[in-house]
Design a protein around this ligand. Sequence first.
Ligand code: HEM
Ligand code: HEM
Length: 348
Amino acid sequence: MLTATSALFVGWTDGLEWLEYPWQLDGFFVVGGALAAVPLFLMLPHRKVKHLYVSALYIIGALTWFPILFTVANWPDLHFGVEHALVNWWFAHNVLGLWFTPMALAAAYYLIPKIVGRPIYSYGLSLLGFWSLALFYSQVGVHHLIGGPVPTWVVTLSIVTSVSMIIPVIAVAVNHHLTVLGRFRALRHSPVLRFIVAGAMMYTLASLQGSAHSLRGLNTLTHFTHYTIAHAHLGAYGFASLVFFGAAYFLLPRVTGREWPSRGLVDVHFGLVMVGFLVYFVTLSIGGLLQGSAMLDADTPFMESVRVAAPWLWGRSLGGTLMTLGHFVFAGHTLALIFKKPTAAETA
Ligand code: HEM
Ligand code: HEM
């Protein structure tokens, strides 16, 4: 990653959004990824239980799908022209849908029952969520090219699957909600649960929002605007990053054998990123909708669409600063955990 990122700084790139790293260096990612995936697949036939919990299914899915996507999309001299654009966005949304999402859902499905101390509400529902995600999410990518010079039927197919995503999303939302139902007080005592539940709720919101702006009518207004950036972060930040923060708070003490030095700092981190993200999301969404309306109005000069959106970008700066401060708190706290002297109880 260091070499490939340095390559970008000196202008060596494949020049495609989400596929920027030079293909000559991609092989390292494939080998590195395989070193994570192969041990899991070798372990599976030797497992002691027959049944696989849904978190395992999501991780197996992600580790199977991602290498295929990555290799197909990065293969040099294989894709050209319009087909290249289609593969580009097939890859890009699958990074979100078949990599980020299953990894974060695996963590949420594991940690929610663990912390509230009861089994997941419905195993059947969790399987419906997993298999319908596999079926629909793999086909949604072309909704990034709505209005673009690509065959209409491919776009329509991506819209149908984008709206069908309501099935796995509602299945996950109901299952998570009913697992926590009656135990919401645990949110007060468990910072891990707070991050995970906030993240899981934002998964539902980001996905329902995504299904809505996959429709041509709404996408005409929101495409090319800050509204899309707000949505991008509702998913990638509000959902995936918050769940991963929660998972880090759960895992690090178990890996290091030490407790987090300060409960207060975890609360400060949560407060900063939640308030920061709220400001970021709301202001960019409003600014984006105003920008889109101005761009659609043939009587309005283009510069007007820039002017109406500009004040809302102060909200992005403020929100982004609060989120960044939250990350510094988290990073400092993690260093303090790693380097702190273990107490007698922790060494015992
Ligand atoms: C049912 C689920 C979802 C649907 C149907 C959906 C739909 C969409 C659509 C149509 C766009 C393109 C908007 C445009 O360019 O006009 C988009 C952009 C995006 N979405 Fe979603 N979304 C969903 C869930 C998510 C989730 C869970 C994440 C994050 C984990 C996410 C992250 C993003 C990002 C990062 C972009 C911007 C990509 C870019 O332009 O580089 N989405 N989404
Ligand atoms: C302090 C936290 C963050 C801030 C302030 C921030 C801010 C931004 C800004 C200003 C952009 C450019 C928007 C534009 O082109 O107009 C952007 C793009 C993007 N960010 Fe973030 N970001 C943060 C964290 C993250 C994280 C953690 C992720 C992924 C997990 C992420 C994923 C993305 C993606 C996918 C895009 C491209 C979206 C698109 O082009 O549609 N961001 N971010």
